[in-house]
Design a protein around this ligand. Structure first.
Ligand code: NAP
Length: 288
């Protein structure tokens, strides 16, 4: 256990609720391993107190913080600067203090890409399918366009939200085209994809037996396809179990969680951080 002194610098996460956040576990494990004089604390902040909290953080010298629900978009007008990535995603999950004020970025994109980057795939020939069109889907989409996928398909259940989702990228600098589909069209597009990403919460603990897709659809997918679920508890989800039974490569959401956190810590400390230690701490905490 590290000793907190008058010199210890503050990092943290803001959200409401924030008590279930796993970030303190992995961030403090990395801080401890590095031996740097920082501490990472959860701060429960109500929506109406967000501006006051940021002013207070600046006053007490908080160095940086993560942002979770419900502040990821609400914080945008309170920042003096945001990165191109955060602008594209339309949400911020990492903030740090600069001379000009608070600056924000979105490290979910780096997190999502981390298990994909090392794979030898010709991404420019792959047309990924994203299930769901919420906040995480936006980070996934930006990641896939960074990877070089020229066309990305998004499946959603609400036609109005889907249309809005598609329109929200029309004047953006995204290097990919987006097609949107209702769920009944999914069987027709699965055979053409090598990457299926679940960004819906279907199958998340405690609803472990649910999958976003019907089990008979897996046989439609190419055998070299990857099934990627952003959910990390349970591990594997029903979605990933069925994909694995079909012989597909599977990726769960744990690496995304770890590497978005590692990228944030690297920004705050300006030095490499031990992502493996962060992953181990999480797995130990979750009993995985
Ligand atoms: P969100 O903004 O609420 O989006 C969820 C999406 O799933 C929405 O498009 C929603 O549709 C759709 N959806 C929800 N229930 C559905 C159902 N029964 N049938 C069909 N579609 C359904 O949530 P989010 O922030 O994107 O998070 C989504 C998931 O990703 C969560 O499980 C979260 O834990 C996970 N996640 C993981 C990481 C990580 O680091 N591994 C990071 C971020 C998120 P409507 O809009 O029509 O309701």
């Amino acid at each position: 256990m590290q000793t907190i002194t008058g010199k210890t610098k503050l990092l943290g996460i803001i959200g409401d609720p924030v008590e279930h956040s796993l970030s303190p576990v992995m961030q403090n494990a990395a801080i401890s391993q590095l031996g740097v004089d920082y501490i990472y604390i959860p701060f429960p902040i109500k929506q109406q107190n967000l501006a006051t909290a940021l002013a207070g953080f600046a006053t007490i010298g908080v160095q940086g913080f993560n942002v979770t629900i419900p502040h990821k978009q609400a914080i945008l007008p309170l920042l003096s600067e945001i990165t191109t990535t955060a602008k594209l995603v339309g949400a911020v999950n990492t903030v740090w203090y600069t001379e000009k004020g608070w600056k924000g970025t979105n490290t979910d994109v780096i997190g999502f890409l981390s298990p994909l980057k090392s794979l030898a795939r010709n991404w420019s020939n792959i047309v990924p399918v994203i299930l769901g069109n919420g906040g995480a889907a936006r980070a996934v989409l930006v990641g896939l366009s960074e990877l070089g996928c020229p066309k990305i398909r998004v499946v959603g259940r609400d036609q109005d939200k889907l249309r809005q989702f598609q329109q929200s990228w029309s004047n953006s600098e995204l290097n990919a085209s987006i097609d949107v589909y209702s769920w009944d069209k999914l069987p027709g597009i699965l055979s053409e994809t090598e990457l299926l990403v679940n960004t819906t919460p279907i199958g998340m603990f405690p609803h472990n037996n649910y999958s976003p897709i019907e089990s008979n659809l897996w046989e439609k997918m190419p055998l070299n396809a990857i099934a990627y679920d952003l959910i990390y508890i349970p591990s594997p989800t029903q979605f990933l179990k069925e994909a694995q039974e079909q012989g597909l490569m599977i990726i769960d959401g744990l690496d995304m969680l770890v590497y978005q956190g590692a990228a944030a810590l690297e920004l705050w400390l300006q030095q490499p951080v031990p992502a493996k230690i962060m992953s181990q701490a999480l797995k130990q905490y979750l009993g995985l």
